[in-house]
Write a protein that binds this ligand. Sequence first.
Ligand code: SAM
Length: 273
Amino acid sequence: MRSEKPKLGQNFLVSPAAQMQIVESLGDIAHATVVEIGPGKGAITTLLLPRAARLLCIELDHALAAAAQARWAAAANLTIVNASVLDADLAQLAWPGDPRSAAEKLVVVGNLPYYITSDILLHLFAQASAIDRAVVMVQEEVADRLAARPGTRDYGVLSATTQLHAKVEKLFTVPPEAFDPPPNVHSAVVRLTMRPRFEELGVPREPFLRFTQRIFQQKRKTLANNLKAAGFASDAIQKALADSQLAPAVRPEEVPVEQAAQIYNVLTSNAKK
Ligand code: SAM
């Protein structure tokens, strides 16, 4: 059967209004180094170039990257990198070998290739300390999961992981007709203002992200059962839930990250005893 999915998630944005709305959602970029993920044929790039102090574009498709190089060969504030964003260390690309990089934060923008949306977001979160904000187009269903509040149907591991790294705003929706070729889904633009919460919650990033994945391992099971499956002892789980004022049968999607952090701290301090 022929796949209807375009190569490399290439649904080009052809609506001038949506292109402009995305750029305006970045706010003031006059002094910023902007990173565009997947410039494609340059729909958003064209608007960014006169507005941003510097623009760094990362495009996996060799032909598209070469075409962009040729088109903007004279643009002094533009760098095009032919690579996968998933392999890119953004701060290193923006300021090669420059230790001052920590002082300035990047602004990221992209009409993302949908086949790797989650991977790209996780890659950005891993580099959150180098990023101020990101405005990204994703499938609307993903946007709803990113922004979902605990206790709602859409809340899950992607919501918790995202909200541990960023303030999430779902800005506007974009219909399939705004793209060429049109995708099979509706899209939405989301702004992620990076502000990692690990320090405030008193949890170490990597272990707590792994713990978050485990508590959502089986979304239909109770939190207690997922914790048991992760190897924690029943009595320790009961104590952790009671300490966090959670009912014994609470489900993972009902647990805000603050309480998940509390449970993590009780369980791991028990394990150390
Ligand atoms: N920005 C353009 C627009 O809005 O019309 C193109 C958007 S299109 C949805 C996604 C773009 O990401 C394509 O140009 C595709 O080649 C590129 N892409 C796909 N996978 C990528 C990856 N791993 N790293 C960088 N770019 C990628």
